[in-house]
Design a protein around this ligand. Structure first.
Ligand code: NAD
Length: 489
């Protein structure tokens, strides 16, 4: 960028001990829908992380001794403040991430608000255990206490949504935190920091250090005074975090990638199933860990499904994310767009058929978006189960449709990947949906719907999709240390 250009750029600062502090070096962050530099993000390292951890440690004794109801009031206040600025947050999230303004307005920011309200409420309702041993004249009970400084690392696909899903339970439980959002989508976390003081969050309770994973992220993972790390991101990064944290025996919560199947039986209500499966494949440009990317359709309805599914996918409009009539925005980066396009090329080279989207249909973009990272919703058929398109997480607007014959067969094929995050099952047969749901290797199974969440219940994946669960009880257990106390009377 030219000097005149860079003057207009947004420059973020770290938030440490209740104050914004500049950094000595910065990284450029792009607006994916134009390809222009949108803001400059601190390139933090050990020094900044050290200062943030110290601030969090200093704030811990006072914050952890507040009552749950005092903390709850502060979380509710913060939720109100974010909600008050919902439109500004949504605009920023859309510009920074490439997602449509509609998605940011209706999903990302409302959910961030809800995350704070939800944990503000749930923290008031936990009970601990108590058992009796009359023969020994003993009672036992458990106590739960906050752990200390929590390290929170979040990805770029649902920036504020996923970061607040960690910050809210961590601080509700009485921990203090050092958060590191993705270097590609840091703006809304920075905006949230501006509201903390007004909400009554004491200095040092929430610290945000911006920067890359290898520098700022690893400094946090390796810090001896951060006993727990909650991470959402890719499986590869999780392996690295596991290795780096091993010498400190840290407590880890890992929410990772998916290769989620949709299983569609011949008695499914296609009028519900088709629009929902198009949505589960392409919502947020397919950049949601829960997105469907392998669609198994029972042979008898395969050709009808394919015809109707492709017609429905073609209705999704790709273009300027700030236009409220647009369904598909830009992908996060140039590199990511290339990666996703390469999967389509590989599928074609293997003999699969691309039915719509990439390379098949024209992509018309407004003049201001010519350099953006756009791609049409793409449907691929006749892909082999062993193909990388059916095995690896693509994380873009690409979905594969294949046929199956029997229930037994489809369960085995659906389970035949390294991931196990979410699955959808479509059938009118209640017995069958219970049977199939039980056998799927998947942390979440939605039948005849997608993405309907009760935050009270566990969220997370099995196999390479993660370790641990998040939710009212699960997050409470992760963010607290339990103690068993025995009293003889
Ligand atoms: P990523 O793993 O590249 O990055 C995630 C975060 O980790 C970023 O903040 C990054 O800076 C940081 N990081 C990278 N290397 C690090 C290191 N060595 N040490 C510490 N931190 C490091 O993931 P991404 O590309 O930002 O996000 C996409 C991935 O996240 C996909 O695989 C997706 O499925 C997954 N995801 C999972 C869930 C879930 O709940 N299971 C939700 C959303 C996204």
């Amino acid at each position: 960028p030219t000097m005149a250009h860079s003057k207009a750029l947004l420059v973020l600062e770290n938030f440490i001990g209740g104050k914004f502090v500049p950094c000595s070096s910065y990284i450029d962050s792009y607006n994916p829908s134009t390809g222009d530099v949108y803001c400059r993000v601190p390139d933090s390292g050990k020094e900044e992380v050290e200062a943030a951890v110290k601030a969090a440690k200093d704030a811990f004794p006072v914050w952890s001794s507040k009552s749950p109801s005092e903390r709850s009031q502060i979380l509710n206040k913060l939720a109100d403040l974010i909600e008050h600025d919902l439109e500004a947050f949504a605009q920023a999230e859309s510009k920074d991430q490439g997602k449509t303004i509609t998605f940011a307005r209706t999903v990302d920011i409302p959910r961030a608000v809800h995350n704070f309200r939800f944990f503000a409420s749930s923290i008031l309702h936990h009970v601990t255990e108590c058992t009796e041993m009359p023969a020994m004249d003993c009672v036992h009970y458990t106590l739960r206490a906050p752990v200390g400084v929590a390290g929170l690392i979040s990805p770029w696909n649902l920036p504020l949504y996923l970061l607040t899903w960690k910050i809210a339970p961590a601080i509700a439980c009485g921990n203090t935190v050092v958060a590191k959002p993705s270097e590609m989508t840091s703006v809304t976390a920075w905006m949230m920091c501006k509201l903390l003081e007004k909400a009554g969050v004491p200095p040092g309770v929430v610290n945000v250090v911006f920067g890359t994973g290898t520098k700022a992220g690893e400094a946090l993972v390796c810090h001896p005074d951060v006993p727990l790390i909650s991470f959402t991101g890719s499986t590869l990064t999780a392996q690295r975090i596991t290795e780096k944290s091993a010498p400190h025996c840290k407590r880890l919560s890992l929410e990772l990638g998916g290769k989620n199947p949709a299983i569609i039986f011949d008695d499914a209500d296609l009028s519900q199933c088709i629009p929902t499966t198009v949505r589960s494949s392409f919502a947020n440009q397919g950049e949601i860990c829960l997105c469907t990317s392998r669609i198994f359709v029972q042979r008898g309805i395969y050709s009808e499904f394919l015809k109707r599914f492709v017609a429905e996918a073609k209705k999704w409009k790709t273009g300027n994310p700030s236009d409220p009539t647009i369904d598909v925005g830009a992908l996060i980066s140039k590199e990511h767009l290339e990666k996703v396009r390469n999967y389509v090329k590989k599928a074609q080279a293997e003999g699969a058929r691309v039915l719509c989207g990439e390379g098949v249909d024209p992509l018309a973009l407004p003049p201001g978006n010519q350099k953006g990272y756009f791609m049409l919703p793409t449907v691929i058929a006749e892909v082999k189960d062993e193909s990388c398109c059916m095995q690896e997480e693509i994380f873009g607007p690409v979905t594969c449709v294949v046929a199956f014959d029997t229930e037994e067969e489809v369960i085995e094929r659906a389970n035949g990947v390294k991931y196990g995050l979410a699955a959808t099952v479509w059938s009118a047969n209640v017995r069958r949906v219970h049977r199939v749901a039980r056998r799927l290797q998947s942390g979440l199974v939605w039948t005849n719907c997608w993405l309907v969440r009760d935050l009270n219940l566990p969220f997370g994946g099995m196999k390479a999709s993660g370790i641990g669960r998040e939710g009212a009880k699960d997050s409470y257990e992760f963010f607290t240390e339990v103690k068993t106390i025995t009293i003889k009377h």
